[in-house]
Ligand binder design. Structure first.
Ligand SMILES: [Zn+2]
Length: 225
């Protein structure tokens, strides 16, 4: 089910243990933020078709991190087209060297073949899709290369698996996870200015998301320190 957030941003709440997926239509760019496991790509295709798009025409795929429930859907997309893939350096470098181990495919019983990341992201990068521009913040903790992204001039923050609604936050017990780094990343997020949060799982936070981020920070700090 597509949930329209702005004229050009549509949030698709996850199916089963898939990640949430966001579709962004900006000029000639047909963008997805995260892709799910790939097990439900035909449902995603139907959702996209309601907006005159489809999985065949996706031009760019921005990944908040490389866990299988976010990245697995890249495979069916690459079979249909040739979208540019974006991922933070800490997780893009191993993948570009053929190491898929930290994607956790084994954990979820999904066999992920190797592929290449086209755009290696770093802190401060701006991903420019014309009307929609995403600013990248490196927020490790859930995984080494987790990012959050601010949609410029919109009050919207993509929070990946770093911050969830209701004061919750991502697990830190996977390889490359770090409780200390997660607390620091949540502190950073809690100091950012935003109204809407689009997380990697659970529902969108549509009002006062910054307050929710502050709660996540305080909960994580109490839990881990
Ligand atoms: Zn994850």
């Amino acid at each position: 089910m597509l949930d329209q957030i702005t004229d050009s941003i549509f949030f698709i709440v996850s199916r089963s243990f898939d990640s949430n997926i966001t579709y962004i239509k900006s000029g000639n760019h047909e963008v997805l933020v995260d892709t799910g496991t790939g097990l439900y790509t035909s449902s995603l295709d139907k959702d996209l078709q309601t907006q005159g798009s489809s999985i065949d025409v996706i031009t760019d795929v921005v990944l908040t991190h490389s866990h299988i429930d976010h990245i697995g859907g890249v495979i069916p997309l690459l079979e249909k087209g040739s979208p540019k893939l974006y991922l933070h350096k800490a997780e893009a470098d191993p993948i570009n060297n053929g190491d898929m181990s930290h994607t956790l495919g084994d954990t979820f019983g999904v066999d992920l073949p190797p592929f290449k990341i086209d755009v290696v992201l770093e802190e401060g990068d701006i991903i420019d899709f014309g009307d929609v521009r995403l600013q990248v913040f490196h927020t490790p903790g859930h995984s080494a290369g987790s990012i959050v992204m601010e949609v410029e001039d919109s009050g919207i923050l993509f929070t990946g698996d770093t911050m969830f609604p209701g004061g919750s936050f991502g697990r830190v017990d996977f390889p490359t996870g770090s409780p200390k780094k997660l607390v620091e990343s949540l502190r950073r997020i809690s100091e950012m200015e935003f109204e809407i949060a689009l997380p990697g799982h659970m529902n969108a936070i549509k009002y006062n998301a910054r307050r929710s981020a502050l709660m996540s920070y305080q909960m994580a700090k109490n839990w881990f320190e």
